[in-house]
Design a protein around this ligand. Structure first.
Ligand code: ATP
Length: 282
């Protein structure tokens, strides 16, 4: 019998970086929003532990966040738990969409259920916090304002299921390297995450688009020209683009009077290398 768990990606509707802490992590103030784009995590009985992935360029050893999640739950079990975990990958990797964190959270949720461990969401978030800054949010997903390194979560009232168009240029950006750029920079304009929180409460499409901002954008854009190119593709269609997380993925919310499929097809025609994904807020 195969059990499965969906691992939803995220976008950041607003992202501010407050500073580097003595432990090397960075304090953030951000609004996370899950999207329907997801990986599927499959759990299947096996004689030994195995982790596999539909993408053969993703390493499936103990550095994989799904592997780490499995290992983190073993102390809660009373014996060995051989299992085959398969990741059916759809979320672009190292893209700012928290694919790895989503997989990690889905393994924690899925095994908690499958092994009947009875761990609360709060305990899963605490376990996840040690594995990655975005993991606590990915445990429950939805929409939340996050502080600390991303683990202090205040859930917000859900937005309508607006469509989102995601443009992913094939350039990996590693979050730790993006934070090095932040540490070297000075005089950066911050992001008003409070305004985004108010915009979300208003559920006004225009106000949410107006409040979209990400402090990482000005840091990453000079190093990854594809980010600006993706933004221009969206701007030319009257959309408000924003980079998610530390990039390079760019997204825009799609107004309800626009045909998302047509829009995605038209943008796809204009770009050779960029992946175009139409999804919705989850
Ligand atoms: P975040 O915004 O959470 O920092 P991201 O969306 O920018 O992450 P991910 O796709 O989560 O990027 O990948 C970040 C790194 O994690 C990659 O270098 C990748 O090799 C590693 N990684 C480990 N496990 C996974 C996994 N299951 N899926 C994707 N990446 C993984």
């Amino acid at each position: 019998m195969i059990h499965s768990e969906k691992a939803y990606g995220k976008i950041n509707l607003a992202m501010n970086i407050l500073g580097r802490r003595p432990d090397g992590y960075h304090e953030v103030d951000t609004v996370y929003q899950s999207v329907s784009l997801h990986d599927d995590i499959l759990f299947e009985a096996s004689q030994t532990f195995r982790l596999t992935c539909s993408r053969d360029d993703l390493v499936c050893d103990e550095t994989n966040l799904a592997y780490k999640a499995y290992t983190a739950l073993l102390p809660f079990c009373d014996g060995p738990r051989p299992l085959h975990i398969h990741i059916d990958k759809h979320i672009p990797v190292a893209a700012g969409l928290a694919g790895g964190s989503a997989d990690c959270a889905a393994v924690l949720r899925g095994l908690n259920r499958l092994w009947k461990l009875g761990l609360s969401s709060d305990t899963l978030r605490k376990i996840g916090r040690a594995l990655g800054a975005d993991v606590p949010f990915c445990i429950n997903g939805g929409i939340a304002r996050a502080g600390g390194i991303g683990e202090i979560l205040v859930p917000l009232a859900p937005l309508p299921q607006w469509q989102v168009i995601i443009l992913h240029p094939p350039v990996p950006v590693h979050t730790d390297k993006a934070y090095v750029l932040f540490d070297k920079a000075s005089g950066l304009a911050g992001t008003d995450v409070g305004e985004m929180t108010a915009a979300v409460a208003s559920k006004s499409f225009a106000r949410v688009c107006g409040a979209m901002s990400n402090t990482f954008e000005t840091l990453i854009m000079p190093h990854v020209p594809a980010v600006g190119e993706c933004m221009n593709l969206l701007r030319r269609r009257g959309l408000r683009p924003l980079m998610t997380g530390s990039g390079p993925t760019v997204f825009a919310l799609v107004p309800s009077d626009t045909d998302g499929e047509e829009l995605a097809a038209a943008i796809e025609n204009e770009t050779k290398t960029t992946e175009v994904i139409l999804t919705t807020l989850q």
